[in-house]
Design a protein around this ligand. Structure first.
Ligand code: FE2
Length: 269
């Protein structure tokens, strides 16, 4: 469990909001099988967040798996996530890359998208929802995946995405504070201060870290957005290290985590 507490600039006084964050599950036998996913779900529920967020990458596809999971299997397990304001998701690059039909057609919706929604988890793909806690509104925005199109090789991992930041931001058409979910943190330099906090995953904290530094990261910015709470000017980014693995079932110095983000002051609202 990793907890961040912050009061972003212009956050409404007295408004306390708890966000549960599950990222990069990468389900698949034997390392992230059904029982372990159930334990992750129970642990996330025990944090008692106001709203639960899944930041993409349902399943693993590396070659060390004894059994791959279908999106529908994993989504059915995530259906047990519980929060008073509901659970919302965005998709990650693996949700796109493992969908051969979507890759060939060069368009969605992906199988993961449908599976999550059939299990009661709306997918926010360049859109958002206006939610209300204790009479106080806020926007929850989700960016389409920036790495959606598989590039075909390790030299060229992706050939672009389905992200539309202007369309996503345009959804928040009043003064209520806004939270942005983006699978890859690389969008952050383009995110305006209108967004109270950007939440990302994807990097797995580098998956391997030595003395707090990651030699390899799935980010064009290297270690700048590889992990944790990043503040640039008046803008906040939180990158979850996520739970699972890509490429190989190995993590070191970057333990799997569920994140709780507390915005505003507890007890004041
Ligand atoms: Fe990812």
């Amino acid at each position: 469990m990793t907890r961040y507490a912050l009061t972003p600039p212009n956050w409404p006084p007295g408004f306390h909001l708890r966000l549960g964050v599950v990222a990069d599950l990468h389900a698949g036998e034997p390392h992230m099988g059904t029982d372990r996913v159930r334990r992750v779900v129970a642990a996330a529920n025990a944090l008692r967040p106001d709203v639960m967020l899944f930041l993409g990458d349902l399943n693993a596809s590396h070659r060390f798996l004894s059994r791959r999971f279908w999106p529908g299997e994993t989504a059915a397990l995530l259906a047990d996530l519980r929060a008073p304001l509901g659970t919302y998701a965005i998709l990650g690059n693996h949700d796109w890359w493992e969908d051969e039909a979507a890759q060939q057609a060069n368009r969605g919706p992906t199988e993961a998208h449908g599976a999550l929604e059939r299990n009661g988890i709306p997918v926010l793909e360049n859109t958002g929802r206006r939610l209300v806690k204790d009479g106080r509104p806020f926007w929850l925005l989700g960016l389409g995946d920036q790495w959606a199109w598989w590039g075909g090789s390790v030299r060229r991992l992706h050939r672009g995405g389905v992200d539309d930041l202007p369309a996503t931001l345009a959804v928040a058409d009043d003064d209520a504070p806004a939270i942005l979910m983006a699978h890859e943190p690389d969008i952050f330099p383009q995110v305006p201060s209108r967004i109270a906090v950007t939440l990302a995953g994807h990097t797995h904290g580098g998956q391997g870290r030595l003395f707090g530094w990651a030699p390899f990261t799935a980010s064009k910015f290297g270690n700048r957005y590889a992990y944790g709470h990043v503040v640039e000017g008046d803008r906040h980014l939180i990158v979850s290290g996520g739970l699972g693995c890509s490429v190989a079932p190995v993590r070191f110095g970057a333990p799997p985590e569920i994140v709780l983000v507390e915005l505003g002051q507890p007890g004041a609202g």
